[in-house]
Write a protein that binds this ligand. Structure first.
Ligand code: ACO
Length: 378
């Protein structure tokens, strides 16, 4: 009997979802059947979060109530803020976020509740609170006073306000809102799968979200956006872009921000972000970051397009975030700020019809061994 192993679980279907559809060969992404480009153009992060959590678009009143619920839940316990302020300065913000979210559960008397309505209530609260926690980590790491949330700003606008201590312009808030929309959900990616795997044991929402943060942190997943900026800094100039990429590819090294397990064509989110990155670059009189990225994109498509390697969502996002004054070590926490909506929605959808996730492996080790005494071992 031959056994086929699906390495990396590639192509394995383990559940049904009504949230997100991806056609990787044509570069199509939809949420509830609506193309991502339309969400980016017409919607808000608040509305998309509602849509993912409820599996349908809200009416105007429902959206207003949901938005009010998010605004009302932005505060986090003062004790948690004191702990965040005391974290060692040099730690990666994702370490701090993972720890803070786990810590947050200690202040929630209902943290262990796992009925559908509990998961929903805790999930919505966490969508609101992630923003306060991430901004607090950023301020504390810079030795600045933590800024309390404001209920009169949008989710995106309030985050930028807490991060910088001053109100963003309407254009900045909208640009950030679009970035959040583009990152809110993406099918069964590693971090969403991790959140589901944890919740499938009937563990609590804080554990599921903490596990997901750990999975997102890696450079093959959410950490790639930061790695792209490191690469741009290393390249330094437009002239050096092609020689740098060629040398990496000749040595079989991976280029960050390109390639995807599902997309074998342009990731549609990268197209939307490229347009905004181009706008940002134009405003700054052609930023050299954008010009380097354009040059790399051309080289990658020429050399690796036939293999299905194209820019992914992380390729242009850093340029947009940099323009908003966000430091590169916070790019991945911002990914979490958006993706929590997808995590919560996917956990809700899966646990509504739960089955413990428990894959198997082909045993390839020794057989029929006897137990050697410690003194007899080499
Ligand atoms: N740069 C250069 N070559 C690449 C890259 C890359 N980034 N990605 C894949 N390839 C090549 C591989 O070397 C391999 O070539 P080969 O067939 O000659 O051996 C071929 O393309 C297939 O690559 P795999 O690694 O098998 O593809 P996989 O589906 O495992 O890769 C992954 C997906 C992990 C995302 C990969 O493309 C990668 O490491 N990219 C860089 C990191 C990154 O940007 N991650 C973010 C992904 S999007 C997200 O999570 C938000």
């Amino acid at each position: 009997m031959t056994t086929t192993i699906a390495k990396g679980l590639e192509g394995v279907l383990f559940t049904e979802t009504k949230l997100t559809f991806i056609n990787g060969s044509e570069g199509i992404l939809t949420h509830l059947g609506i193309p991502i480009q339309e969400w980016a153009e017409k919607s808000t992060f608040e509305e998309l979060s509602f849509a993912l959590l409820h599996g349908r678009l809200p009416g105007a009143d429902e959206l207003a109530r949901f938005d009010a619920e998010l605004r009302a839940n932005r505060e986090v316990p003062a004790e948690l803020l004191s702990v965040i302020a005391a974290y060692p300065k040099g730690v990666h913000p994702m370490q701090a976020l993972r720890t803070a979210v786990s810590h947050l559960s200690l202040f929630d008397a209902e943290a262990e509740d796992t009925a559908a309505e509990d998961r929903y209530r805790i999930g919505v609260r966490m969508i609101a609170q992630f923003s306060t926690i991430i901004a607090a980590i950023a301020r504390a790491q810079d030795g600045q006073e933590i800024v309390a949330p404001r209920a009169d700003l949008t989710h995106a606008g309030n985050f930028l306000y807490m991060l910088k201590g001053s109100e963003p312009t309407a254009e900045e808030a909208r640009l950030f809102d679009i970035a959040l929309i583009l990152h809110a959900d993406h099918g069964m990616n590693a971090s969403t799968f991790t959140a589901i795997a944890t919740a499938s044991t009937l563990s609590d929402m804080y554990s599921a979200m903490t596990s997901a943060i750990g999975a997102l942190k890696g450079p093959l997943h959410g950490g790639a956006n930061e790695a792209v900026m490191d690469m741009l800094d290393e390249i330094g100039s437009v002239e050096n872009a092609v020689p740098y990429i060629s040398e990496k590819l000749d040595h079989k090294e991976k280029i960050m921000g390109v390639g995807h397990r599902v997309y074998k064509f342009f990731d549609p989110r990268s197209r939307v972000l490229r347009d905004y990155a181009a706008h940002v670059s134009e405003k700054q009189g052609k930023s050299h970051y954008y010009q380097i990225l354009e040059t790399i994109e051309k080289e990658i498509v020429d050399r690796l397009g036939s293999k299905g390697i194209y820019p992914n969502v992380d390729f242009y996002s850093g340029v947009v975030y940099s323009d908003l004054g966000i430091k590169k070590s916070f790019f991945t926490p911002i990914f979490a700020l958006a993706r929590i909506s997808g995590w919560v929605a996917s956990v809700m959808e899966y646990t509504a019809n739960n089955r413990l996730l428990r894959p198997d492996a082909v045993y390839a080790g020794a057989k029929d061994q006897t137990y050697p005494e410690l003194s007899d071992r080499q």
